[in-house]
Design a protein around this ligand. Structure first.
Ligand SMILES: Nc1ncnc2c1ncn2[C@@H]1O[C@H](COP(=O)(O)OP(=O)(O)OP(=O)(O)O)[C@@H](O)[C@H]1O
Ligand SMILES: [Mg+2]
Length: 585
């Protein structure tokens, strides 16, 4: 496929600002980020978008790359034809300002996984391995191939991000602030690599807010944005000083021209910005005539087939998640430790009480607390863990490494054994220490209800963390949901003592279904009368206890089915929410 020219026409973007005044009047203030900007970035060239902080560089980049697919006016065309967003994402790469990488993989492993995902293959052939070698050599990373990404420097991370995207051989590459945060040598290396990429036929578009004079000479074209989101210069980088000097703005000797244009855009050389903006608009009108004649209007359609090698890709993603979970095992260890600690603590406090008719009520309280523990820990763990993975996933999904459903299934499957093992550990300790009946069918039912409860709670955590933006809000909302349903778990107040209008809440409370299922796995299914060591035990017959708390009816399998259905519905909702979240910026 030939190279691609990216052209944009009359792009404007406005946002609503909700400051304290707008909150009071319910009328947000409109802020213009980009104001009717047009331009062209050509194949085989490095085009730099320059401007002061807040001038709209990243916003323009987001629009051009398709990362921002709504909330703007204007058009973006590729080789003169309307941009098809999905096709464009298959042949372009967006390298964001922050390097979102898998920290617990080595450089070589990261490259191999990217290559495997590209070819949907579990095993790489010799040609693929040579390509990885070449890429690592070209990006000066060959000596770091066995280093964990966690231990790479900022510059090396940036180059690895580039190498990972180059595996897919994109035609157009977007770089948001590729040199920010790097020392001058690392920054120069990145700029040199961009130059090489452009020379090899790619279209390179980058934003930069502190370019050195050397960087400026490496770029082919420069697009200068003013603080008002308008274009002040759109042309060759080598002409920039002459252009402004002809207009009466002389760049001081020994002054960096990149700094000069930014100072000029900020009005430090007089207030003629409006004139400069108007000149650019006039020039655009003239150059548009020329480009219109030189382009072909064939739309670029390129699709990537996901379905054919679904299982290979799923396996690669699961393998990657397993590797990183295995290496970054702190959270897994903490989860196991918490289940072990609480299981032993509860079990020791209630040691042997499950056998005696004297302590049936105490035992029921223990089981109620076990359900609470399981739901709270599972939901909070997921609501904190899941958002941490989203930043890497967002970048890879946008750059079309894999489909969202594959990622979602792999994350769910890899966490399943960890969650089930934690539940098993906790339940075994509680069951054995507190002296519950040693019958295989009761043990299995006890485990099953806790497993489905834990998984369903994880789904709550996942859904909330997908919908909310911050950890704090996640935590508050998860706590709110769980507290609400705990009230309707049947452990606080007898169901028959609750006003009739609220009773239906017990029927749809997953907590109540869980508590009822657990109680029946222990006391239901015709359990015989328990031995009473004193004269009289009120709850000698388990049926009396179940009747007292209004859970006499044996609905064990309905309880399990209800929780499972809630789990499936929540997982589907979380997937839809994730898809929606990734489609809006
Ligand atoms: N969704 C939004 N809501 C409100 N303001 C926004 C939103 N997105 C961007 N802005 C504002 O628009 C302006 C331009 O943002 P943008 O990130 O494009 O700037 P930039 O030129 O990339 O800046 P920098 O060099 O600091 O990265 C900023 O003032 C920013 O606060
Ligand atoms: Mg920016």
């Amino acid at each position: 496929m030939e190279g691609i020219n990216v052209e944009f026409t009359n792009i404007s973007s406005n946002v609503n600002i909700w400051d304290s005044r707008a909150m009071k009047t319910f009328r947000p203030e409109k802020k213009t980020i980009l104001n009717n900007v047009s331009g062209l970035f050509r194949r085989n060239q490095v085009g730099a978008i320059v401007g002061c902080s807040g001038s709209g560089k990243s916003t323009l980049m987001n629009i051009l790359s398709g990362y921002m697919s709504s909330g703007y006016q204007g058009t973006v065309t590729l080789n003169g034809a309307q941009r098809d967003l999905l096709s464009f994402r298959n042949i372009s790469s967006y390298i964001m300002q922050e390097d979102h990488l898998q920290l617990y993989l080595t450089v070589q492993e990261s490259m191999e996984i990217a290559m495997k995902l590209k070819h949907s293959t579990i095993k790489l052939d010799i040609q693929n391995k040579i390509s990885i070698n070449n890429l690592l050599h070209n990006l000066l990373l060959h000596e770091k191939r066995d280093t964990l990404v966690y231990n790479l420097s900022g510059g090396e991370c940036r180059r690895l991000t580039m190498a990972l995207e180059l595996v897919r051989s994109p035609k157009v590459m977007f770089f948001d602030e590729p040199t920010t945060g790097l020392d001058i040598v690392s920054a120069n290396n990145v700029v040199k690599i961009m130059r090489k990429l452009a020379d090899s036929g790619k279209t390179i578009i980058c934003t930069i807010h502190q370019a050195s004079a050397y960087h400026l000479t490496t770029f082919d074209t420069v697009y200068v944005l003013t603080p008002s989101g308008q274009c002040m210069y759109n042309g060759e980088s080598s002409q920039i000083v002459d252009y402004f000097s002809h207009l009466g703005f002389q760049c001081p000797i020994y002054h960096n021209p990149a700094d000069f244009v930014i100072e000029l855009s900020l009005g430090e050389y007089g207030n003629s910005i409006d004139t400069l903006i108007k000149l650019v608009i006039d020039q655009n009108l003239i150059s548009k005539d020329i480009t219109d004649k030189s382009i072909n209007n064939v739309p670029i359609i390129y699709s990537r087939e996901y379905s054919s090698k679904y299982f290979s890709e799923l396996w690669i993603l699961m393998h990657r998640t397993l590797l990183t979970t295995f290496r970054d095992h702190f959270l897994v260890k903490v989860r196991l430790f918490v289940h072990f600690l609480l299981g032993s603590m509860f079990g020791i406090v209630y040691i042997g009480l499950g056998k005696s008719a004297m302590h049936v009520r105490d035992n029921a309280v223990l089981l109620f607390f076990c359900v609470m523990f399981m739901t709270y820990v599972a939901a909070f763990t997921m609501s904190i863990k899941f958002p941490l993975e989203l930043s890497v996933m967002r970048k890879e999904y946008f750059n079309r490494w894999y489909s969202l459903s594959l990622y979602y299934i792999s994350v769910t499957l890899v966490d399943l054994p960890v969650q089930i093992f934690c539940t098993f550990l906790f339940c075994s300790l509680i069951y054995l220490l507190s002296g519950q009946p040693f019958e295989l069918f009761r043990i299995s039912m006890f485990l099953l209800i806790f497993i489905v409860t834990g998984l369903m709670s994880q789904a709550i955590g996942m859904l909330v963390s997908t919908l909310c933006k911050s950890f704090v809000i996640n935590t508050v909302i998860v706590a709110l949901i769980l507290m609400f349903w705990t009230t309707y778990a049947g452990g606080m107040i007898r169901i028959s003592d609750t006003p009739k209008i609220y009773r239906w809440l017990y029927d749809i409370s997953f907590m109540k279904h869980s508590v009822q299922g657990v109680l029946h796995s222990i006391y239901g299914f015709d359990r015989t009368v328990l031995p009473c060591p004193v004269m009289f035990c009120q709850y000698g017959s388990p049926k009396v206890m179940l009747k007292t708390i209004d859970m006499y009816e044996n609905l064990y399998w309905i309880n399990v089915s209800f929780i499972t259905i809630v789990y499936i519905v929540l997982k589907i909702c979380a997937f839809i929410a994730l898809k929606y979240k990734l489609s809006v910026v």
